[in-house]
Design a protein around this ligand. Sequence first.
Ligand code: ZN
Length: 245
Amino acid sequence: MNQTKLKYLQDFTLLESVSRVVETSQENERNVVILDETIFYPQGGGQPYDRGIIEGLSGKFAVEEVRFIDGVVKHIGKFENGVLNTGDEVKCLVDSQRRKLHSRIHSAGHVVDMAVTSLNLNWVPGKGYHFPDGPYVEYAGNLGETDKERLKTDIENLCNKFVDENRETKLLLIDKEKMKEVCHFVPDYIPEDKPARVVMYGDFGVPCGGTHVGHLGDIGHMTIRKIKSEGENVRVGYDVDRIID
Ligand SMILES: [Zn+2]
């Protein structure tokens, strides 16, 4: 099967679009819809999947889960009415509240990274967990004799400074070899089954395929929940205010 075109990679502001149905099927008693291109974010990079609606003339499908498997995005869920058929033109609607919260939490993870980098802690970025139930970013490194409360305050203050500066999120689709020129850190493993992309905040670049806020100010106020050692790693727990505007 052809790879699904990932429209969210090029434009994360799209919450509505028109696509065409490539295939519908059933897996584990759930319905699966595959489109030629999608604005739905599939779970990955520590960020949860989108939800929403796919609607055509012959039916309406509730997207409950989105997964990226071997280059293909599977929209998993149930038909609220009718069916969708191969070749149907459909309207896609992403649940904007859910996306907005996940984009804020995910972008805030980059801001923590910016703060950690500018403090010259020499920690090596590892995995991130950008789910609403306790987001964190992890680094290979150690705390040593560090005053954790002081560090927590320093990181938090820097994060809110970056948020207040309101830097714009810019996207670069570039070759993997060129990433090292614009990123402070490039992990050994970069997925081969999707276009390589870098997210830029000023001169701070990160290889990332997630969805983001347009400007860092859209994150709102940030807090550092806690900093702790996890084996060979340091985990920085953070959060964003859940109600803003
Ligand atoms: Zn990102």
